[in-house]
Design a binder for this molecule. Structure first.
Ligand SMILES: Nc1ncnc2c1ncn2[C@@H]1O[C@H](COP(=O)(O)OP(=O)(O)O)[C@@H](O)[C@H]1O
Ligand SMILES: [Mg+2]
Length: 525
């Protein structure tokens, strides 16, 4: 029988044009011929991710098993770094094998390029996973991106500078200027935004000034360039100079790069209408990608009416403050992590952190419930939804645990149970163990949690652990008089008993299940 063909990589198509970086690409290519771990290091917005994806795309053919991107930006929990790598590689943690062992055995004989993006907030965990992979998989090479090096043996650090700057004197010809990386990026993004922008003798000095003022930082240049839709480059240049002048006391001294980016984000933010600002800051509620419906439900309150959300969000996309994205064919949005940090700060300043967090928890708990039925009948579509939302769901589970909102946390962990069953058994076990030991919360979700936890234990081939959980689940359902879930718990407990070799108990549990089911069907009929 023909083996199903596995995908040979998961690199996203580039949504905007790629500019320059010949030198960095050549250096990377050369390094990767001899070195197995290269880390691209630089401040937020300097272009590390773009460069990593570009080198991955260029080199994918050189690796028989392709190039794979692991995005860590939205992962908050260091314990989930290995799971993120598994998920990126299309592997399922659903067997008795521990995820790390599964990952290493999969990679052992592969020849592939692994891009591990955004390691800075999980340095230790990322370093550990990368070290394990390099040690046990000789055919794997890794390109990591991070604001700081991973500091592991064998790491080769390449500092990523901003884009090349035009000369201050502005004495280059137009043709020379067009070849300059910063100028090229500005021109490309301005033309895409306004449809008719061209570099000309009349605006060249202003373009040079903006690029230099923004220190060649691609993210900052993009924020400035899209404003050519309504402002001339001279106006953009003047306004940026005013703002930076305030910070540097009028001198032209360069700021540290994170401050240059922060100031540019602030400038772009201050040009927004008040309701755009409100929506933008509230988007920091999402730990990961989000859909239009999510935004309407979590961020539309007070001064942001639900009917305006689509227009406001589109406007933020036009201004490069929000990125449009697609996961499994589902349209969604996300924030560059530098934007999310800024938006989070503004949410705290506005005193909205608590409100936004509560909306977010409410939204995902009720979406989890609403979609749970779909999980059983339309699993593929449901998993697509989960792939978009998993980082938000994780964050909400964490919030519930921190707030000791055991009832809702457990209910959500149970409602997304098919994700643990099909994709991430070990993670599901961890969430349920944490929530179930916090106390019963509410009886129905506790009983559901015990059942799901027992089910996952069976998937891990651990019937000894599964049995008492499933029997407790059955007791709770019997007591609450819920025949449907009781039948499920009894049937599953019977399987667990059978697996431990206790045939007598297995039969007794099965008999009770049949008896309850018969009564149940009579009632239903
Ligand atoms: N070489 C490049 N060509 C075109 N756009 C770029 C380039 N480098 C960065 N950008 C753009 O600048 C922004 C920030 O880049 P990104 O790679 O996300 O930075 P980092 O990963 O360092 O935070 C993105 O919108 C990206 O598309
Ligand atoms: Mg990045």
């Amino acid at each position: 029988m023909a083996r199903p063909t596995r995908r040979r990589g998961n690199l996203p198509a580039e949504a905007t044009s790629f500019v320059g970086r010949r030198r960095e690409l050549a250096e990377l290519r050369k390094k990767l011929a001899t070195v197995r771990l290269v880390t691209l290091v630089g401040p937020g917005g300097v272009g590390k991710t773009r460069l990593a994806i570009r080198i991955g795309t260029d080199l994918a053919r050189a690796f028989p098993d392709g190039a794979w991107l692991v995005e860590l930006a939205d992962v908050r929990d260091p314990a989930l770094v290995g799971n993120a790598v598994l998920a990126a590689l299309d592997l399922r943690d659903q067997a008795a094998t521990e995820p790390r062992a599964l990952l290493l055995s999969h990679l052992r004989d592969r020849k592939l390029l692994l891009l591990v993006d955004n390691c800075e907030h999980l340095l230790e965990a990322a370093a550990q996973v990368v070290t394990d992979v390099l040690r046990s998989a000789p055919g794997v090479r890794v390109v990591a991106t991070s604001r700081e090096p991973l500091s592991v043996t064998g790491e080769h650090v390449i500092p990523i500078p901003p884009l090349e700057l035009p000369r201050a004197q502005g004495d280059e010809t137009l043709d020379q200027l067009r070849l300059n990386e910063s100028v090229e990026l500005f021109t490309e993004r301005a033309a895409a935004a306004s449809g008719r922008f061209e570099l000309a003798t009349s605006n060249r000095m202003a373009v040079v000034e903006v690029c230099r003022r923004l220190d060649g930082l691609p993210l900052a240049i993009e924020l400035a360039a899209v404003r050519t839709r309504v402002l001339s480059v001279e106006q953009i240049s003047d306004r940026l100079s005013d703002r930076f002048g305030l910070l540097t006391g009028g001198s032209r001294a360069a700021l540290p790069r994170h401050q240059t980016l922060r100031t540019t984000i602030e400038w772009s933010h201050d040009l927004l209408k008040p309701e755009e600002r409100a929506l933008f800051r509230r988007l920091s509620a999402f730990a990961g990608r989000f859909t239009l419906d999510d935004v309407a439900s979590v961020c539309a309150f007070d001064d942001v009416p639900p009917a305006t959300v689509l227009d406001l969000l589109s406007s933020l996309v036009d201004k490069s403050l929000v990125l449009k994205d697609e996961v499994q064919g589902i349209a969604c949005y996300r924030l560059h992590e530098s934007m999310r940090e800024f938006a989070g700060l503004r949410t705290r300043e506005a005193g909205e952190e608590e409100a936004v967090e509560l909306h977010c928890v409410d939204h995902y708990v009720s979406e989890g419930r609403r979609n749970a039925a779909q999980a059983r009948y339309r699993l593929v579509a449901w998993l697509g939804w989960m792939d978009v939302e998993i980082d938000n769901i994780r964050w909400v589970l964490r919030r519930c645990a921190v707030r000791e909102d055991v009832a809702r946390g457990t209910a959500l962990a149970v409602d997304v149970g098919w994700y643990w069953i099909t994709r991430a058994t070990t993670e599901g076990v961890r969430w349920l163990d944490e929530l179930l030991t916090m106390g019963p919360g509410d009886p129905a979700s506790h009983a559901g949690g015990l059942f799901m936890r027992g089910f996952l234990a069976l998937l891990q081939a651990d019937p000894v652990a599964a049995r008492p959980l499933l029997e407790r689940a059955a007791d709770a359902q019997r007591e609450a008089g819920r025949p449907g879930p009781l039948v499920n718990a009894l049937a599953m407990a019977s399987i667990a008993a059978d697996m431990t070799g206790d045939r007598a108990s297995a039969r007794r549990l099965r008999d009770e299940a049949e008896c309850v089911a018969a009564g149940f069907e009579n009632v239903e009929a």
